[in-house]
Design a protein around this ligand. Sequence first.
Ligand code: BGC
Length: 428
Amino acid sequence: MKKKILSLTMALVLGLSLTACGDTSDEPSSGGDPSAKKESSQVANKDKPLVWFNRQPSNSSTGELDMTALNYNKDTYYVGFDANQGAELQGTMVKNYIEKNIDKIDRDGDGVIGYVLAIGDIGHNDSIARTRGVRKALGTGVEKDGDINSDPIGTNVDGKASAVQDGTLEVGGKKYVVRELASQEMKNSAGATWDAATAGNAIGTWSSSFGKQIDVVVSNNDGMGMSMFNAWSKDQKVPTFGYDANNDAVAAIAEGYGGTISQHADVQAYLTLRVLRNALDGVDIDTGIGTADEAGNVLTDEVYTYKEDERSYYALNVAVTADNYKDFTDSTKVYEPVSSQLDKSSHASKKVWLNIYNASDNFLSSTYQPLLQNYDDLLNLEVDYIGGDGQTESNITNRLGNPGQYDAFAINMVKTDNAASYTALLNQ
Ligand code: BGC
């Protein structure tokens, strides 16, 4: 019944005003009390601001962007980071470490520098880019369809796998072979990808097969990297490299973790909520991003890029190693240039539905969400955080039963192909 009345009013209102988004007339009559229970606005769900984050709508086999999802409505954006720039940094970081520590890196002294690689999700652009970045820097990549093959190889102790090749490194006049001894997608039996526990088990298997042939451990992220470090490489003093600059990984650099990459989650979390705030305020999307807002919040192009044709904001990455890790010890601290509170009188409280695809994902739960929680106050957004199981989209979409209660949506898909599972709910 309530729904019927609502859609009737909605139809009327839509007829009168299609730009109700930035309109404050939809504020609860209780003087802006955000907890007041009412359908949030006269804007149709399909016209409300929507941001995809962390998992870019794209084809998980080809990587091609899903432009239908990215252009869902005029207030739709993606926020992530520059996967290729970060991947290149990760590869270079590993290579630099090997060169700098060449005297002690080859543990069995056979002239072959062996590494193992933990892969997050073979259908995720970030994961694919990181695998390619490492293979490219170490010379182990082989071309497939015009790019470096990012397939897992299983094991390759004899160097004969076809998806990789042996690389060569020349340091101090001496030539070394670099070999990817093993790589695997870390997916658990229930289907969750980037699975840290699976990586912890894999290093057990790999180390018992290859022992001292493993000189370096590389991972597509810190969650898996730290699991391998704690299970094996810390004791063995084998340098382990990850990605994300989670607090525990940065702290572990003091104990021999080789390094990580900061994907500037502080900038991404800000952008995730800022694009919604701007759309809700009906102001230029660049406000508080490339153009200072009235509180002085602004970002420089050293920390992000915006690609209009992809409707996507990308934060830039920074390598975190023994040289600079002390500057990165708190990954949940807001980025200072965008840390000023917005005034409630001109940026009234709004309700946002936001999901994290997997509540046990180390990066999203220990770094990204705490950052979002810091920014939501500064931006006067009342955010409902929904944690998924990392396995099925329905586990999350089941909890988007009443989109009418929200002013905007922030979505982190389980699988990058599945944008329509969410937009279908907003179209109803
Ligand atoms: C992060 C990973 C995370 C994944 C989840 C990546 O960008 O680096 O740590 O598991 O996103 O989608």
